[in-house]
Ligand binder design. Structure first.
Ligand SMILES: NC(=O)c1ccc[n+]([C@@H]2O[C@H](COP(=O)([O-])OP(=O)(O)OC[C@H]3O[C@@H](n4cnc5c(N)ncnc54)[C@H](OP(=O)(O)O)[C@@H]3O)[C@@H](O)[C@H]2O)c1
Length: 338
């Protein structure tokens, strides 16, 4: 089968950073689904893993976001059948989705939204799992409206995760959302997804919050560069407020700054359940299924921009280069095999 391989730990412009390769088609067993991949999306994690040295110095298959059709199932699969259209992010310790066929555990996959094509569906899984777990599990926000009217500052609102986190916080939780964006197009994108206010992360955040009448906030969701915003975050969080980040927390960030406010801090890593095979791994199936229903009812919309075709090394290189610039708005999707 066809796949896009990534060789060694290379910069995006190196010839062997992306290769069109032929590899063996995997065989479904246990709780795995064998999925014929129709579309994939690219996340910053793909670029990070690509640049990370790996021991055997051979190519590997990246990609942790896909939609496709189930073509075979393992003997222990109970929730899916051949022919089901699915979407999933997969597991970071397993081969990625940039291949014609991929195995995925049924507990971390779900039937894709019926109203979306494969490209629009592939944009959603990784970022939705991240945003959902961050908001409703790590920050403990009620998804049935019990916290409606509370305020959240989302730093990096127009990116892949922010684009769905804003929708979830608005449509399900009814939070008052202050998103950050630095450009007119990224600010407009956040407002269109349900942000109540947009402020510029490169300007004085505390001052901007005072101007919009939210000097302090109940929640902070930091989707980028937490080290650079840590002091600001600890200043603007309310006493007993809650902070979550999805990015690395650098050594110079001092947790003591939270003590006098009894503020909480949590990490969100969306591969935790799949990587550690936790007992509640099927929560991912449940949240993706709930998301599919919310898409089909029109409450949520896809975060995909235009899809490019086909899925091959040249196009993968272009998308990685764009994501590495750190200015993505929504998600980049590749669809179909040549
Ligand atoms: N822990 C997890 O499970 C998890 C899951 C998903 C992603 N992540 C990580 O989270 C980060 C964000 O992911 P993503 O998919 O949302 O990224 P993305 O789509 O590449 O984010 C791009 C956005 O980031 C904003 N941005 C860039 N630099 C910024 C800065 N210094 N301050 C504030 N905003 C900035 C840009 O906004 P403007 O153009 O408006 O400036 C742009 O819209 C990545 O590092 C990714 O690896 C972690």
């Amino acid at each position: 089968m066809k796949a896009v391989g990534s060789y060694k730990a290379l910069a995006v412009n190196e010839a062997e950073a992306f290769l069109d390769v032929e590899i063996d088609k995997p065989v479904a067993s246990g709780r795995n689904l064998l999925v014929e991949v129709r579309a994939v999306s690219v996340n910053p994690v793909d670029t990070k893993v690509r640049k990370r040295p790996h021991p055997d110095e051979t190519w590997r298959v990246l990609g942790w976001d896909a939609s496709g059709v189930v073509t075979a199932i393992g003997d222990d699969v109970s929730g899916f059948a051949v022919g089901d259209e699915v979407y999933y992010a997969g597991c970071i310790t397993k081969p990625g989705s940039n291949s014609e066929y991929q195995l995925v555990d049924e507990r971390i996959a779900a039937k894709k939204p019926a109203s979306l094509g494969f490209a629009d569906a592939a944009a959603l899984p990784l970022t939705t799992i991240t945003a959902w777990e961050a908001l409703f599990e790590r920050l403990g926000v009620s998804k049935t409206g019990a916290d409606a009217g509370k305020s959240i500052l989302m730093i990096g609102g127009a990116g892949g995760v922010g684009s769905i986190a804003i929708q979830l916080a608005s449509k399900l939780a009814g939070l008052n959302i202050i998103a950050t964006a630095s450009r007119e197009e990224s600010a407009n994108w956040c407002m269109a997804r349900g942000a109540d206010f947009v402020i510029n992360h490169y300007e004085d955040i505390p001052e901007a919050l005072v101007e919009i009448g939210h000097a302090q906030v109940d929640y902070v969701l930091c989707l980028t560069n937490i080290a650079g915003y840590w002091k600001t975050i600890t200043d603007v969080i309310k006493p007993q407020g809650k902070i979550c980040t999805i990015v690395d927390f650098f050594e110079d960030s001092n947790l003591d700054l939270l003590k006098l406010k009894s503020a909480s801090f949590a990490f969100e890593f969306m591969f935790t359940r799949s990587m550690h095979q936790t007992d509640d791994m099927d929560e991912i199936n449940k949240l993706l299924s709930e998301t599919a229903a919310l898409i089909d009812s029109g409450d949520l919309v896809t975060t995909a921009g235009d899809a490019i075709s086909p899925i091959n090394a040249d196009n993968m290189r272009k998308v990685h280069a764009t994501i590495e610039e750190g200015r993505a708005i929504g998600k980049y999707v590749l669809e179909g095999w040549a």
